[in-house]
Design a protein around this ligand. Structure first.
Ligand code: URA
Length: 207
């Protein structure tokens, strides 16, 4: 059985050939997930921007720099986590991805998550969160642990945050994002304690 890194390489190779996302036509290249295949935490963003489209790596522009700053608040380095997007191709002029573009890349994302099987999935922004929890609003759900099993996925702990690109230019949102980020180590610890079988009561874990 190939290790997780190799499984991800094979997966990306397959999907780069097979993905039927319309955005392929306008993007420079695919931007697959990147980072530690054995990570405990996977961050999911929205879609590649201009720098990501040119370099073929997620979160390498201004939002990525800011994300690295946030990670350093909790003594984490980018190399320790895994980071990906719901859509693997840049939407023209950075517009919001359309529902059909999100669906075209959905299986790719789910397969990535199945291989990595992280302890915790962190959503960066509402697009990533609504891909899994369509009814939630990011202004209410940010900084709260969500617990939900999804068919075929071993990870059931999710933590939504504001998107770093939105917080970058909004001082009060930036402060909220920092405070939410600082909760991550505690959340991870609680998950390890409650572990499997998981405690279904999210209120306990959010105390
Ligand atoms: N914003 C995202 O959501 N993803 C990236 O890769 C870069 C910026």
């Amino acid at each position: 059985m190939p290790d997780k890194k190799e499984q991800l390489q094979n997966l990306n190779k397959k999907w780069i050939e097979e993905c039927e996302c319309e955005l392929k036509k306008t993007a420079t290249q695919a931007v697959p997930g990147d980072g530690n295949a054995n990570a405990e935490i996977v961050f999911i963003g929205e879609a590649p921007g201009r720098s990501e489209d040119l370099q073929g790596r997620p979160f390498v522009g201004a939002a990525g720099k800011f994300l690295e700053e946030m990670l350093s608040l909790i003594n984490l380095k980018r190399e320790e986590i895994y980071i990906t997007n719901i859509v693997k191709y840049r939407p023209p002029n950075n517009r919001d991805p359309l529902p059909e573009e999100k669906s075209a890349c959905r299986e790719w994302l789910l397969e990535e998550l199945k291989i990595i099987s992280p302890k915790l999935i962190i959503f960066l922004g509402r697009h990533a969160m609504n891909n899994f929890f369509p009814a939630l609003s990011i202004s209410q759900a940010h900084g709260k642990l969500l617990i939900k099993p999804f068919k075929g996925m071993s990870t059931k702990y999710f933590f939504p945050l504001y998107h770093p690109a939105a917080a970058l230019y909004d001082g009060s949102m930036r402060e909220v994002l920092k405070e939410d980020f600082k909760k991550i180590p505690k959340v991870l610890k609680k998950i390890s304690v409650y572990g499997v079988p998981y405690n279904n009561d999210a209120r306990t874990l959010n105390k």
